[in-house]
Design a protein around this ligand. Sequence first.
Ligand SMILES: *Cc1c(COP(=O)(O)O)cnc(C)c1O
Length: 369
Amino acid sequence: MSRIGETTLEIDLNALAHNYSYLKSMILPETKFLAVVKAFAYGSDMVAIAKKLESLGVDYFAVAYAKEGVLLRDAGIERPILVLHPQPAHLDCLIDRCLEPSLYSKNILNQFLKTAQQKKQEAYPVHIKFNTGLNRLGFGENEVDFILKELEQRSEVKIKSIFSHLAASEDPREKEFSKAQITSFEKIAERISQKLNYKTLRHIVNTSGIINYPEAQFEMVRSGIGLYGYGNDAEIDSKLKPIATLKTIISQIHHIKPNETVGYNRAYKSDRSKTTATLPLGHADGIGRQYGNGRGYVLIHGKKAPIIGNVCMDMIMVDIDGIDCKEGDEVLVFGQQNSAEVFASSANTISYEILTAISQRVKRIITGT
Ligand SMILES: *Cc1c(COP(=O)(O)O)cnc(C)c1O
């Protein structure tokens, strides 16, 4: 019988501490470290992760939305929290909870200034986001004068940092493009610093940027995936430790005859006698249908058991032919042995997606200290 008794996502804080110190060793001691803990800390446990990182001395946190920052504040997190994609509906709440907005367009800048004025703020810390090629969020280089002019006469806010985001930091074929983004960012930052009578932080690199463009660490780096144990690169992956391990158990074993089918739409048809196991984990838990029909596999006692047939909402069926196992036995979906990167690639996706997909229905267990 398994110790876990149900589908469980184990989160190893010792692995997190290892990854943090590895990433810190890649940057200068004076460079600040911002930990990206959006999306429940990439599907793990945002509060446990943030508390651990705060105890380790991390300088900054980032979340995508204000609501995520509120969860951190409610849990007692005191470090500054950058909200990468603040929504107009949450600007009041953002100020109330001392969260720091990324201002990326004229529209959000003006709305934030209005809210800051209504709430009688002075020198409220804001971060100005520039688009240098990702074309997702951010002011253009041609809007620098507008921003400076707008903020010059306003004492409500103060620019804490200027930042941008690389489009392909993990891809060596895009080195020229990434370097052009860095140069363009540097120029923008230079123009702004000439006009301000105070210093701002500058940051552009994410995890793969830390590894591939250490010369562009400026005053701060932002890391998400690296903290969780993945580096978009086999060599870096070998130095990091996945923090999250998804385990489940065998609910039931079936012995099927030739020509019987398994699962909805009878998508799997066996040409011989076969043994299958049903696992309490489905697309509602984050295992998308693209993992079905032989693409993804799990490990049972170290052996590969392919997912057969269509993924159901609450269950998957796996082929356990040749695996000595019984009902109640433990099953490894991904983790330190079967990496989420490898599991994700079976469905043509990336570690980021499978990690953040693990739904809140799955029990989290924190291990390590
Ligand atoms: C999510 C995000 C990051 C983190 O990227 P990783 O590749 O996970 O290190 C950094 N910066 C921004 C703007 C992001 O949205």
